[in-house]
Design a protein around this ligand. Structure first.
Ligand SMILES: NC(=O)c1ccc[n+]([C@@H]2O[C@H](COP(=O)([O-])OP(=O)(O)OC[C@H]3O[C@@H](n4cnc5c(N)ncnc54)[C@H](OP(=O)(O)O)[C@@H]3O)[C@@H](O)[C@H]2O)c1
Length: 327
């Protein structure tokens, strides 16, 4: 018997239950069996649990999209991996919150020897997100101002470091002075504590009245309007998440025409859908780690059985950086 967490019903963190399960008797021919040693917690896991995003089937459902561990068995058609390989993944299907799982070999990545399993599980999903946001969706440039909400969060601290490595001037919003200090230490050029500063006025001041060319907004409902305000003419609004709730339903013409703005609502899975994209994205991230341009920030390591605590921490804005679960 192995152990896993399931979402027993749609609801708060208390619906996460720790239960026994049996592994399938047959390993699918293109899958590998992974003994997981670290599991990444991401805000999206809370959307699945709370019902903001639909679940793939009726409850109970094992959540989670990211983990690292060791291959303990191979399907008959798996060629590129061996038993004993250290691997990680950040992809569907859901089901990372468990001790052992079968996973498609086409979506796993070998962990380089200079990266630990804990680091891999804490950084792969959030790091590849920053890679596609900053390198492919829109290529940020040296000395360019960009606005990024929740700069001290999991994605935010990696974004701060990535922006610094490019020489871009990231303006990050945060909810406390402690978070501001942390984001700045990680390379965020300017921080705005939105609890006591006016984000629009500060962005205007920093950019000498122009506004930013791009805003990365993972907060959603609460930041939608200020993100629009802070953009320069022909700016790009990248809405990549909704930690405060879904963005409002809006009038396209009234919202985007006054400044000829662009709007996109991207998702990581569409930027890592081919093997080539997945390898290039993870390699770029791993290279930045090897070059000491990016470092993981593990806020807390929590026992898998206490996954509810991880969800409470991330939803209550108490966490900075990433949280990992240990089976
Ligand atoms: N589209 C994609 O491909 C993709 C991939 C990965 C992640 N994401 C999104 O990126 C965002 C960040 O993810 P993460 O895992 O790194 O989380 P996170 O940033 O560590 O945590 C969320 C942060 O959002 C801020 N926030 C503002 N209002 C909030 C509210 N009402 N409730 C909770 N938090 C609030 C908080 O920062 P302050 O206290 O500083 O306000 C909080 O720390 C999420 O929206 C996630 O869904 C999207």
């Amino acid at each position: 018997m192995s152990k896993k967490i399931v979402i027993s019903a749609i609801g708060g963190p208390e619906v996460l239950k720790y239960i026994d399960y049996d592994l399938p008797s047959n390993l699918q021919k293109d899958h590998v069996r992974i003994r997981q040693t670290s599991i990444g917690v991401n805000f999206i896991d809370t959307y699945h649990r709370s019902g903001i995003y639909p679940l793939p089937s009726k409850t109970p459902v094992c959540p989670g999209l990211e983990a690292a561990g060791e291959i303990i068995d191979l399907g008959t058609e798996v060629e590129d991996f061996n038993i004993g390989d250290r691997v990680c993944y950040a992809a569907v299907p859901l089901g990372a919150y468990c001790e052992i799982r079968d996973f498609p070999s086409s979506k796993i990545i070998k962990i380089p020897n200079y990266i630990s399993a804990n680091t891999a599980a804490s950084i792969l999903l959030q790091g590849m997100t920053v890679e596609y946001l900053f390198e492919r969706l829109y290529k940020i440039k040296k000395n360019e101002f960009l606005l990024f909400h929740a700069a001290a969060g999991g994605v935010g601290l990696i974004a701060s470091q990535w922006a610094r490595s490019v020489g871009a001037k990231m303006i990050g919003t945060v909810s406390s002075d402690t978070k501001a200090e942390l984001a700045e230490k990680n390379g965020c050029a300017f921080t705005i504590n939105y609890k006591n500063e006016n984000v629009f006025e500060k962005v205007k001041e920093i950019t000498e009245g122009k506004g930013v060319t791009v805003v990365y907004d993972g907060v959603g409902k609460d930041t939608f309007n200020v993100s629009l305000e802070c953009l320069d003419f022909r700016g790009l609004f990248v809405s990549f998440g909704q930690s405060s709730g879904m963005v409002p339903i809006i009038d396209l013409h009234k919202t985007f025409n006054p400044k000829s703005l662009y709007y996109t609502r991207p998702t990581l899975m569409h930027y890592t859908s081919t093997r080539n994209e997945l390898e290039q994205s993870s390699n770029l991230l791993f290279n930045k780690i090897q070059n000491n341009e990016i470092k993981e920030h593990i806020f807390k390591t929590i026992n898998l059985k206490d996954a509810a605590e991880a969800h409470t921490l991330i939803e209550s804005r108490q966490s900075t950086g990433s949280i990992i679960l240990k089976p």
